[in-house]
Design a protein around this ligand. Sequence first.
Ligand SMILES: Nc1ncnc2c1ncn2[C@@H]1O[C@H](COP(=O)(O)OP(=O)(O)O)[C@@H](O)[C@H]1O
Ligand SMILES: Nc1ccn([C@@H]2O[C@H](COP(=O)(O)O)[C@@H](O)[C@H]2O)c(=O)n1
Length: 213
Amino acid sequence: MINTDSFSQRPVFISIVGASCSGKTALANNIAKRFSDHQVSVIAEDAYYKRQDHLTPEERVNINYDHPNAFDHDLLSQHIHQLRTGQSIASPTYDYVTHNRADATIPVSATPVIIIEGILLYHEQALRDLFALKLFVDTPLDICLARRVERDVIERGRTVDSVLSQYHKTVRPMYREFIEPSKYYADLIVPMGGYNEVALGVLDSKITQLIDS
Ligand SMILES: Nc1ncnc2c1ncn2[C@@H]1O[C@H](COP(=O)(O)OP(=O)(O)O)[C@@H](O)[C@H]1O
Ligand SMILES: Nc1ccn([C@@H]2O[C@H](COP(=O)(O)O)[C@@H](O)[C@H]2O)c(=O)n1
């Protein structure tokens, strides 16, 4: 448990990277649940996909969303710097159905711990260097794909054919080219993701130690 009464330091930034559907969001939320309300905030890198207002819906479907160029990492870095200095941010939100940034924003305040989860957070050194603890969720790709088919059809308005076609065209190749090699930069590798109780216990202690240091 974090003692927020004595909290006057900068937030501790923790990153979680891994394949799509490896369990990054589940891990972030399960870490947050082990602390009290208002102690941990979770930000999704997906919220920082670039705006695509200038493209038609058909053109947006064909973007490579697993390439580093798809993200507005400058805005994400700017927001991290604002949070470091105690300022709140208005985090963007993303609409996977229209393949574009949504109009709504979510206020995020400078809580003691801020977790940022996403597929390509370790691509640029400048961004990597902002994290005090870098995690990588290592889940077999066949499990990730099975989860992704289910999730994208139910939650993201896709057909099974479109999920599989995108998987072969960009998701898997970009994982091999950019995401898997970035495991090298992680401080800790979490096998199987968000429901790994042993890993959650270890992370709980490490995060508490980071806050107290
Ligand atoms: N350990 C797990 N066992 C079973 N299903 C899981 C597990 N971890 C995540 N999921 C499910 O897989 C899907 C993707 O998980 P999520 O944490 O959102 O992945 P990511 O953020 O890496 O894309 C969700 O439907 C989630 O409920
Ligand atoms: N319009 C979009 C934007 C992104 N994606 C896919 O999302 C994946 C990353 O999010 P996770 O929650 O799964 O980590 C990424 O693999 C993109 O392909 C999309 O399908 N459509």
